[in-house]
Design a protein around this ligand. Structure first.
Ligand code: NDP
Length: 246
């Protein structure tokens, strides 16, 4: 059903994984979708073609989320192409693992740039182009609420920042009827966290449901939050984690 017909969306980090599933889902519901990526040009191009083959519209924009000017330029390019941006999904994210004595300053700065600073930048720039009633969704993590193993402190810090930012932003943007929500996935099978990877056994041991989530399941929650039925949800951090935090 084309519930998003006439809407324009921007998804950061959309070339692979959860972001790509979000691009496909929003496009399948009728939205015109721009997405950013930093290096996966081949995957980005094939995603654009896949959306087009299904009768939808997607454009790929190369923009490293660690480069704040590139993020602003990507937002401006999206607005130029579509005339407005109704939906922003801040999905781009990286993970840096290591106990606190091991984390290097450069890695700390990079994860802050990608996971936190770019969310601020994209949001601030998008607001120049977002009509009242728009939707902002962040992809945070269950690790803002539960970090049950050694080495995840800095990743948890970044996702905790998104948890809090969501609440403040919802207050700022309520008068414009723009909703702001934070989806907090548990383990989701992507290249970033493969279900066959070295952490799988540990992660499954911590969960109520003994399986990884699918990127499509996260995309389904995004679809609901940006759709017409979710207009009364704002400032919320919503878990979709197989009971990781239960
Ligand atoms: P992947 O590593 O599988 O994919 C990441 C996507 O983001 C790719 O499209 C990648 O494109 C893009 N990306 C990465 N770095 C940058 C950058 N600097 N600038 C622009 N784009 C970038 O990650 P996931 O799909 O697993 O994760 C997506 C989001 O979900 C992240 O915010 C992550 O923290 C969050 N999350 C993931 C979980 C999981 O278990 N998978 C669990 C909880 C949260 P490119 O290759 O071109 O860089």
């Amino acid at each position: 059903m084309a519930v998003l017909a006439g809407k324009a969306a921007l998804v950061t980090g959309g070339s692979r994984g959860i972001g790509a599933a979000i691009v496909l889902r929003l496009a399948s519901e009728g939205a015109s979708v721009a997405f950013t990526y930093s290096s996966s040009s081949e995957q980005a191009n094939s995603l654009v073609e896949k959306v087009a083959a299904a009768g939808g519209k997607a454009i790929a924009i190369k923009a490293d989320a660690a480069d704040q000017e590139a993020v602003r330029a990507a937002v401006r390019e999206t607005a130029k192409q579509f005339g407005k941006i109704d939906i922003l999904v801040n999905n781009a994210g990286i993970i840096v693992l290591g106990s606190i004595d091991e984390i290097k300053e450069a890695d700390f700065q990079r994860i802050l740039s990608v996971n936190v600073h770019s969310v601020f930048t994209a949001t601030q720039e998008v607001l120049h182009h977002m009509p009242d009633g728009g939707r902002i969704v962040h992809i945070g993590s269950v690790n803002s609420e539960r970090m049950p193993f050694v080495g995840g402190s800095v990743y948890a810090l970044t996702k905790g920042a998104i948890f809090s930012f969501t609440k403040g932003l919802a207050r700022d943007l309520g008068p414009r009827n723009i909703t702001v929500n934070n989806i907090q996935p548990g383990p989701v099978d992507t290249e970033g966290n493969p279900a066959s990877g070295p952490f799988a056994e540990t992660l499954l041991g911590l969960m109520a449901l003994k399986r990884y989530g699918k990127a499509e399941e996260i995309a389904g929650m995004v679809s609901y939050l940006v759709g017409p039925e979710a207009g009364y949800i704002t400032g919320a951090s919503l878990l979709i984690d197989g009971g990781f935090a239960a």
